[in-house]
Design a protein around this ligand. Structure first.
Ligand code: GCU
Length: 445
């Protein structure tokens, strides 16, 4: 497929896929240093710290009626539900619960793979009874040597599962093309950009690995709506989304919960020790999945930026206005989110509160020092501001309010790491991920 077609295939810009389309990288999710764009979708972008302005964040430990939250009980019973509702109605949109018709079809029951080091399973998660409805193709590996149920690193993927790991035994899968609005085989250039993940270090450390292609649940472009699960859940007579209905990010996160439904039934994994991971828009997705589904034990969000772990109150890099501009990503969020474009100071929520929803579970924010668009400093400050909630629940927040330099990990229950470089993941980030995973979900010996 010619590169031009590939370029058209993607609606991403200033993203891992943009670097892929430009042929800038051959290492999957490689951090690409790009000059920051000054104007995007006709909106000027600020990269000047002096122009960030002042702001006051909402205190997550104050109830809507102004009363302070002094106990874990008040947090879980009163304040947390209030914040969750704000994010559901104002940012990501409300997702339905577990579908009554959900069922699991195990098509590959545990085949030795990766030189005998892993057992591979492939599971089709049927989301509705109707065979025409979207299904999730889940790929799962567990270490062959494991004697007990293993903790799992579950990463949501931009590409088909058959391209996610270098294993010829995986059933070939397809991805959505925004150009044709059909599913197509994974283009070679995309496979070169999203290189398969080497999962051996994870397996050797005693972890399992799971992944699914996000487009299985909802194609990542506005016109793909009719092919995604959200179209199947419209109310009778409803043709367009209501202001609080789920956007694509909520759908992708909901798909992660459906994977957890399966993992709870699989005796080879410990479903109480599943860490979720995603990059960029999928970093936003794992933050929301962790916030909305407390079954996930830990979250690693890579370069989630605006709409993820970055503070909207800071006018730096991407903003709500840029995310929700009609030509950009409004379909990924609740329709209501655009109301706050230009007025983050009036919005009832910000990233500090999204992070607080994950408490007391461990969270690692991985950023890049030149990923100005995603504002790595804004992510750090959001994590600082969520610290009091972790402390209230007896957990360790970050131990500093000073933004650390690149390559200086802070590994606590709230963790932060900024690699040297741009947007996405670099191979050395894996060392930090493994340290974080071992620290919090150490496999039983
Ligand atoms: C765009 C978008 C970001 C998003 C990124 C990605 O750059 O503006 O918010 O995180 O795409 O998902 O790659």
């Amino acid at each position: 497929m010619p590169l031009k077609t590939i370029l058209l295939l993607t609606i991403f810009s200033i993203s891992p896929l943009a670097s892929w389309a430009q042929g800038a990288s051959t290492a999957g999710h490689k951090a690409a240093a790009q000059p920051p764009p000054a104007i995007v979708a006709g909106i000027p972008v600020n990269y000047d710290e002096a122009k960030v302005g002042t702001y006051t964040l909402t205190n997550p430990l104050v109830l809507n009626n102004g009363e302070p939250v002094r106990s874990a009980k008040t947090w879980f019973k009163e304040r947390r539900p209030q914040i969750l509702k704000i994010f559901e109605t104002q940012q990501f949109g409300r997702a339905p619960g577990r579908p009554a018709d959900e069922w699991f079809e195990i098509t590959d029951k545990g085949t030795p793979a990766l030189g005998g080091q892993a057992l591979r399973k492939q599971i089709t998660i049927h989301l509705l009874k109707d065979p025409a409805a979207p299904v999730i193709h889940l790929l799962l590996y567990t270490p062959t040597a494991a004697k007990k149920p293993v903790p799992v690193f579950f990463s949501i993927s931009f590409t088909a599962v058959s391209s996610a790991v270098d294993d010829p035994g995986i059933t070939p899968e397809t991805i959505w093309s925004p150009k044709t609005n059909t599913r197509i085989p994974v283009p070679a250039a995309m496979s070169r950009f999203f290189r398969p993940t080497n999962i051996l270090p994870l397996l050797n450390a005693g972890f399992g690995y799971a992944t699914y292609y996000y487009g299985d649940v909802d194609p990542d472009y506005a016109a793909g709506f009719s092919h995604g699960i959200r179209a199947w859940r419209l109310k009778p007579g409803q043709t367009v989304r209501g202001p609080e209905d789920w956007g694509s990010i909520a759908a992708w996160a909901w798909g992660m919960s459906r994977v957890e439904d399966y993992l709870e039934t699989d005796p080879s994994v410990d479903a109480n020790r599943v860490a979720i991971h995603g990059v960029s828009r999928l970093g936003k997705t794992v933050l929301w999945a962790g916030a909305s589904d407390p079954r996930f034990a830990a979250v690693i969000a890579s370069c989630s930026g605006e709409g993820g772990a970055d503070l909207s109150h800071r006018n730096y890099g991407e903003t709500i206005a840029l995310l929700t501009a009609p030509t950009r990503f409004p379909y990924q969020f609740a329709v209501n989110y655009a109301k706050w474009a230009g007025f983050p100071d009036r919005a009832p929520m910000d990233a500090n509160m999204l992070i607080a929803l994950i408490a007391p579970r461990p969270l690692l924010l991985q950023t890049g020092s030149t990923d100005y668009w995603s504002d790595p400093k804004g992510e750090f400050l959001a994590e600082v501001a969520a610290g009091p909630v972790y402390r209230l629940l007896g957990k360790d927040p970050l131990d500093t309010t000073v933004w650390p330099a690149a390559k200086q990990p802070i590994l606590h229950d709230l963790s932060y790491y900024m690699h040297e470089g741009g947007h996405g993941m670099v191979p050395s980030d894996w060392n930090i991920y493994l340290d974080f995973l071992k620290m919090h979900l150490q496999p039983h010996q």
